[in-house]
Design a protein around this ligand. Sequence first.
Ligand code: 13P
Length: 301
Amino acid sequence: MPLLSMTSLLRHALDGGYAVGYFEAWNLESLLAVKDAAEAAESPVIIGFNGKFLGNRHRRVKEIIDHYGSLGRSVAEHARVPIALILNEAYEPALLQAALDAGFNVVMHDHEGCSLEQSIQINISLVRAAHAVGAEVEAELGELPAWDIGEKKMSAGIATDPGEAERFVTMTGVDALAVAVGNVHILEGRKSRLDLDLLAQLRKRIRIPLVLHGGTGIEKDDLKAAIAAGICKVNVGTALRRTFINSMKGYFQKHDADILDPGEVTSTGGELDMLAAARADVAAEVVRLMRIFGSVKKAGA
Ligand code: 13P
């Protein structure tokens, strides 16, 4: 079906007491894995890519955002479930504009290093550009800590202030707001705990859909409590990348690729194809998370 607006999916979720997952892809297999999962679970879903990764200036090859927009739109159009398509967390306004031109129907600016006033101005312009083409804008206020897996250290975060959030939303006109309430980016091996009182205060003052980033590292019961308290979108990235890596590691432990036909290993989609196996493993992880978010069987509801 054609792309649907993210807020239409999120309003439905809010009414139904569940959350729609944004499951971040990085290539064709991961994107299709999310679509496979959504169809298997009969769940609405938000698909997309990360603007910081695609726009990373250390990439060996500069990516053309148009390819990713076309891929996402094509996947949505052939899917049997409702889908919105986001370019998540992009720094450069030019990349965000390119994403709108490429057909993403949601964009999000990454405000790291920006003052509040700069972030307000960038989002005012982004909302104008997005709404002009029927797209929407997610923004973030506050800052999530990030877990450094090598150093086993957490960076400092800034919790979202309810008064500031209310002013930000009124001034910018953004369509959804990601909040920092104890959630942590890229957290593995341990779980963050959410400040549900702060979330309740935010919910009281903010009328637009609220979003939790850092879905990988949130305790299952906290996730359910946050959804009951009005979170209607949860972002997951690291858990899917880890599943993909583990699937490939498992493949090489089980098979000696040196004595297999390279076509079987990478291309046929059959029993010996490691990419097909990784796609299936990522899809299984997405379905597991959709059950926690409560979005299973909500596609046609
Ligand atoms: P995790 O990688 O911690 O799941 O967070 C993903 C995310 O918030 C993307 O916006």
